[in-house]
Design a protein around this ligand. Sequence first.
Ligand SMILES: [Fe+2]
Length: 287
Amino acid sequence: MSPEVTPFFDEATNTVSYVVKDPAGRSCAIIDSVLDFDYASGHTDTRSADAVIDFVTREGLEVEWIIETHVHADHLSAAPYLQEKLGGKTGIGKNITIVQDTFGKVFNAGTEFQRDGSQFDALFEEGDSFHIGQMRGDVLHTPGHTPACMTYVIGDAAFVGDTIFMPDFGTARCDFPGGSAEQMYDSVQKILSLPDETRIFVCHDYKAPGRDEYAWESTVGEQKAQNVHVGAGKTKDDFVRMRTERDATLGMPKLIIPSLQVNMRAGDMPPAEDNGVTYLKVPVNRL
Ligand SMILES: [Fe+2]
């Protein structure tokens, strides 16, 4: 089964969202949506999500799932807005509870912030499956970037989130709380054990040196042969050393502070304060 995959690229955050459609019907899922956020002004905008809504409406699709591969640290999720406009159930990996516990503490969220994943309609575990119309999605737990990272294998397409990126860019960073380069290597091996012709759809693209166009689709076969971090038989030791050294040079993503506070709440803002205004916190010298 080969789903129809429509990408939506957000250049502001280098994020790719996907609409994944059952070729035999009208059912679809939306993976890793984006709510635009201008940090300087504190304003949100639904431009990116509205492009997805326009597409879904124009094509007459029924949204069954609004899924996250993980708690993103570089963009806000538009899941609540999309669910309100289009319906569907939200889902993420079960280890969201670990992420909620970690960042609930970092942001000193009050007791109103549940750390049990109950903000989502479904919490996925390794080996779970779900359906988009007649098409089955299989769930792989692929930690390393975060402890809650999942890969969704839908027909011949794998949505790998932040694990491998395009072959010429390599892999995602592993230095966030709960991240692990060792786990990343094992997760990547799990993805690369899928059939060679499996289509790989990544969550981000930053172009790579020498490449002028953004790209997001490759195959397991291409990744195995060409991925600059994990392809062509690179060893776990080599990978862990390279990843750790590289991560030490990376700055924090621009939107990590607002993203975590919103995405740990499944895309909802923190509750408004007694003046009716919603605030996002900046923990000083903490991240
Ligand atoms: Fe991420």
